[in-house]
Design a protein around this ligand. Structure first.
Ligand code: NAI
Length: 246
């Protein structure tokens, strides 16, 4: 098992939810973490909060759906820290709509963040990992990359793609010392997924998780830490879903 001590990790969508919990979990393991997000205000607030606790973190603004922005993020990270050891492609968005009413614009938005974001983050991180002899990539997919959900056509498409992109990259770069995995969370309590925001729909979601509750962001972060530490695991889409897909 590899120690995460002094490893250089980038977490996209790191200002909130699962990304923030992952950034925190990495710092607790001694990693240096670049928190990246397109929301500058929350990103800077998180940077301040973690720095006050003694963590070695910095915030770099980037739009995961924009290739140049992601290329700049990787370049700036290398400028500051010299390398990239762990890339967590976590930024993601969702749009719920019946498919015959889904606009192409909304469809493209979801694909561009969730799917293209994984392409860009992987592409530029891999270039650096090839120079330093290896590294690891973890992509945040979803149970909805594994099973269908009515009204989640674009999200299903993007997360299904992420799971297979993960396998494709794992095979392509295994011999270069680069491991690539995905985590497939069940529904996780976040700013948007909670009883207050969702009302009765929330109770319906809970009922679909045999464990009887939704996940916590730190439970997904725990899985991302595992995928980063364990040197024999590559090409998997790890379900962390309270039994949702069992
Ligand atoms: P969140 O909304 O709490 O955090 C997402 C973060 O990504 C936000 O800080 C947001 O500003 C950032 N972001 C959005 N678009 C971006 C872009 N283009 N560039 C850079 N940053 C961007 O959401 P949460 O729940 O933590 O989601 C994280 C990942 O987990 C996403 O990929 C999501 O699809 C996935 N996921 C979430 C589940 C849930 O129930 N919350 C379940 C399964 C997967």
């Amino acid at each position: 098992m590899a120690s995460l001590e002094n490893k250089i990790a980038i977490v996209t969508g790191g200002a909130s939810g699962i990304g923030l919990a992952t950034a925190k979990a990495f710092t607790e393991k001694g990693a240096k973490v670049v928190i990246s997000d397109y929301n500058e205000e929350s990103g800077k607030a998180v940077e301040k909060e973690l720095k006050e606790k003694g963590a070695d973190v910095c915030f770099i603004r980037a739009d995961a759906s924009d290739e140049q922005s992601v290329a700049d993020l990787i370049a700036e990270t290398v400028n500051r820290y010299g390398r990239v050891d762990i890339m967590v492609n976590n930024a993601g968005i969702g749009v719920m709509a019946t498919t015959h009413e889904l606009s192409f614009e909304d469809y493209q938005k979801v694909i561009s963040v969730n799917q293209n974001g994984v392409f860009f983050g992987s592409k530029y991180a891999i270039r650096e990992m090839l120079k330093t002899g290896g590294g690891c990539i973890v992509n945040t997919s979803s149970i909805l990359g594994y099973v269908g959900e009515p009204g989640a056509f674009a999200y299903n498409a993007s997360k299904g793609a992420v799971n297979l992109m993960t396998k494709s990259l794992a095979l392509e770069y295994a011999s270069k010392g680069i491991r690539v995995n995905a985590v497939n969370p069940g529904y996780v309590e976040t700013g948007m997924v909670n009883k207050e925001a969702l009302g009765d729909f929330y109770d319906g979601l809970v009922a679909r998780h045999p464990i009887g509750r939704l996940g916590r962001a730190d439970e997904i972060a725990h899985a991302i830490v595992f995928l980063s530490e364990n040197q024999f695991v590559t090409g998997i889409a790890l379900l962390v879903d309270g039994g949702y897909t069992a």
